[in-house]
Each structure stands twice: as structure tokens, then as C-alpha cells.
Write a protein that binds this ligand. Structure first.
Ligand SMILES: NC(=O)C1=CN([C@@H]2O[C@H](COP(=O)(O)OP(=O)(O)OC[C@H]3O[C@@H](n4cnc5c(N)ncnc54)[C@H](OP(=O)(O)O)[C@@H]3O)[C@@H](O)[C@H]2O)C=CC1
Ligand SMILES: O=CCCC(=O)O
Length: 346
């Protein structure tokens, strides 16, 4: 009996030199917990470590808003997890849940079969992978490095090169989904790179996420993520404009959110973020500085293929204004503040 409801499709992507394959799998959380554990432990034993025949050991580098719950879900599923974070104190809650700790990415990668990295941006992703005491210094043949940070394709390719030069495998796997989906194991992985590593890492991706796409060559996962986040950033800016305009012409913006939720342009994001934006509350799930980083990287991607993206370019300006107003660490929905200032309504 098929355990997965799998849809497979293949389509040509001009950004890739090979035909990408997309696997979208049914959320594993749809299965009862007991059944799930059986499936998972079977997967682990099938993919036993080359090192000593025991189950695959996992490293996790970067325990911010996303990395912490992702690593926590691996631990809760019974995985053998070793963690590292630049600010050591963020490791403590995971250590108390049973994680091991190593004082550098190098030592984590040397210890573990597969090492995941969830870093802030291209610079930190590169530094943790390739810098002094970076993962590349500890990794080697038979091991894998899975970078789940959101970076540009160029950075991902550099990390790929350096990791591969050691004889290890590389997979980029940025995620769609924010803090709550990370906590609930409902992320969407956009992967590209070494297919055998994708296969090896899939049971772990399925613990942390609800679906995964394999997109072919390194760079395609990053590109897909940037296109998605470029659209998300523009949608958020549009919501901000609509909320403020409705308010200014005397409408109740809460009613606008309700109207949106019932029509063709309904989006979970509008229903989730709209009500708090109306109250000028921006509890951070996705930091605004990261959204602006993604707009910037997406515009760079568009530039590289001479694709006009005027809407994203305009939205990016709003995120830059919001950053300049000290809102970098607020949720990206705080972008509305840059329009409030412009419209003179705050
Ligand atoms: N939050 C979200 O909703 C989503 C975020 N993403 C992406 O995931 C990535 C992580 O996001 P998120 O968890 O929200 O971000 P956070 O800002 O919460 O965490 C960033 C992590 O990167 C580490 N870091 C930053 N700079 C360095 C550096 N120079 N050297 C070593 N480590 C560093 C931080 O360490 P320290 O604790 O020491 O600061 C922390 O572990 C980003 O690329 C983001 O775009 C993707 C999907 C959703
Ligand atoms: O990169 C952040 C994505 C946030 C989301 O998908 O909700």
C-alpha cells in the first residue's frame, strides 16, 4: 500500500541545465503518530549511517527563529542531534531536550553524517560553511551538508563547491513557511543538488516539513525560494496599502480583511497578519530585515536574466524605509509603517 500520496511532474526550467523533478508529498502529519514513528524508524534503518551501521546522526547549525523549532522537531522524533549556534545560550533549551553540543560548525560536521544549516543571510551561511572552523573543515566523504537558509544561487554554488571539494555531498533546501509551520513540522522544502543526499535527508525533511520539491541543479532551490518570497513581499506591501487606504476613506479595515478572505485574492497571510497590522502590532515571525534581504536577492536574480520586476522593486523601497525606521527585527508586516509615514497617517 502506498504510504505517500505523491504527485510527480517535470517541467523545463531555463535556469537549470538539467530537467528538474518535483516531488510534492502529502503531509506526514496526516498519519497517526504511531504509524508515523514506524515509517520513520524504517526510513532511518534503511538509510543507516556508513560510519558504524547505527542510525544517521544529524547536526544543526543556526538556532534562530526557524532553526530552533526545526532542530527541536528532529529531537522529538528521536533523532541523534548535535547543535551549534554562534550565541551559545540558544543551544541550551535543545541540550536540555537531549541534543549534543559542539563548539564549532567544523566539529559538528566532523561528528555528524548529515549537517543542516539555518543561517540569517548569504554572508553568515558562507561563513559557517566555509570560514575558519566552518563545516567544510570537518566534513568529508560519506557525509552531507544541507543548507536550509535563504541565500542567492551564487552563494549556494560557492558553498556547494567548497563542500564538494572535501568529497562530501551538498543539498540546498530553503524553506517556505514561517515560525508556526516550523514549530508544527509543516515547512515546504525547495531542494536542489546531490540527489543521493536528497534521498538520505528526506526522512529528516519529512519530520520538519509537510512537503518537499527536488528541483535539480544547485541554484534552482534558491531561485524558487526567492521568487516565492519576492511575491510574498509585494503581496504584503499591497495589503499594507489597502488597509491604509480603506481606513483613510472611512472604511473599517477589519471588514476589508474579512472581504478579502472570502474572495479570489484570499491568502492565509492576509487573514493572519491583517488584524495585527491594523493594531500596529508586529510580533516577529519573519523578521523584516530578512524579507528585505530576500527582495534584494530576488531583484538581483531578475537583473541577472534582464527580467523587469517593477512591482518588487517598488515594494523593496518600502522595506528599506522600514529598516531605516528601526523596524528590522519586527515582523515583515511592519512594512505598513513606511506607508503610514508617507501618507501622514501616523
Ligand atoms: N523566520 C521566518 O519566517 C523564515 C526565515 N527563513 C530564512 O531562514 C533563515 C533564518 O531565519 P530566522 O531563523 O528567522 O533568523 P534569525 O535571525 O532568528 O536567526 C539567524 C541565525 O543565523 C545566525 N547568524 C547570524 N549571523 C551569523 C554569523 N555571522 N555567524 C554565525 N551565525 C550567524 C544567528 O545566530 P545568533 O543566534 O548568534 O544571532 C541565528 O542562529 C534566513 O535566511 C531567513 O531568510 C525562511 C523561511 C521563514
Ligand atoms: O522566508 C520566509 C517565508 C515566510 C512564509 O513562507 O510564511
Amino acid at each position: 500500500m502506498a504510504l505517500w500520496v505523491r504527485t510527480t511532474m517535470a517541467k523545463y526550467c531555463s535556469y537549470s541545465t538539467q530537467l528538474p523533478i518535483h516531488f510534492a508529498e502529502r503531509p506526514i502529519s496526516a498519519f497517526p503518530a504511531k504509524r508515523l514513528l514506524t515509517v520513520r524508524s524504517k526510513a532511518f534503518s534503511v538509510q543507516a549511517s556508513a560510519k558504524d551501521g547505527s542510525s544517521t546522526s544529524v547536526g544543526f547549525l543556526g538556532l534562530g527563529i526557524m532553526g530552533s523549532p526545526m532542530a527541536q522537531n528532529l529531537l522529538k522524533a528521536g533523532c541523534d542531534v548535535t547543535v551549534w549556534n554562534r550565541t551559545k545560550s540558544k543551544c541550551d533549551p535543545l541540550i536540555s531536550l537531549g541534543a549534543k553540543y559542539k563548539p564549532s560548525p567544523e566539529e559538528v560536521a566532523a561528528e555528524c553524517d548529515v549537517t543542516f544549516a539555518m543561517l540569517a543571510d548569504p554572508d553568515s551561511a558562507f561563513e559557517v560553511a566555509c570560514g575558519e572552523h566552518g563545516a567544510a573543515n570537518g566534513i568529508g566523504p560519506g557525509k552531507g551538508y544541507v543548507d536550509v537558509s535563504t541565500v542567492d544561487g551564487g552563494t549556494s554554488k560557492l558553498i556547494n563547491q567548497r563542500i564538494k571539494s572535501t568529497g562530501a555531498s551538498f543539498l540546498e533546501a530553503p524553506v517556505s513557511g514561517s515560525k508556526k509551520p516550523a514549530e508544527d513540522g509543516q515547512l515546504i522544502f525547495l531542494t536542489a543538488g546531490d540527489k543521493p543526499l536528497y534521498d538520505l535527508a528526506s526522512p529528516f525533511l519529512d519530520i520538519m516539513g509537510k512537503s518537499r520539491f527536488y528541483l535539480g541543479d544547485v541554484g534552482n532551490g534558491a531561485a524558487m525560494k526567492l521568487v516565492v518570497n519576492m511575491m510574498m513581499g509585494s503581496m504584503m506591501a499591497t495589503l499594507a496599502e489597502g488597509l491604509l487606504l480603506s481606513e483613510k476613506v472611512g472604511l473599517d479595515p477589519n471588514v476589508l480583511v474579512e472581504v478579502l478572505s472570502q474572495g479570489a485574492i484570499s491568502a492565509p497571510m492576509y487573514s493572519m497578519k491583517g488584524p495585527s497590522m491594523i493594531k500596529s502590532a508586529y510580533p516577529t515571525a519573519f523578521p523584516l530585515k530578512h524579507q528585505q534581504k530576500d527582495m534584494r536577492l530576488a531583484l538581483g536574480l531578475a537583473e541577472s536574466v534582464s527580467q523587469p520586476t517593477p512591482i518588487a522593486a517598488a515594494a523593496n523601497e518600502l522595506y528599506k524605509v522600514a529598516k531605516a525606521r528601526g523596524l528590522s527585527d519586527d515582523d515583515f508586516s511592519a512594512v505598513i509603517e513606511s506607508l503610514r509615514a508617507k501618507l501622514g497617517s501616523s
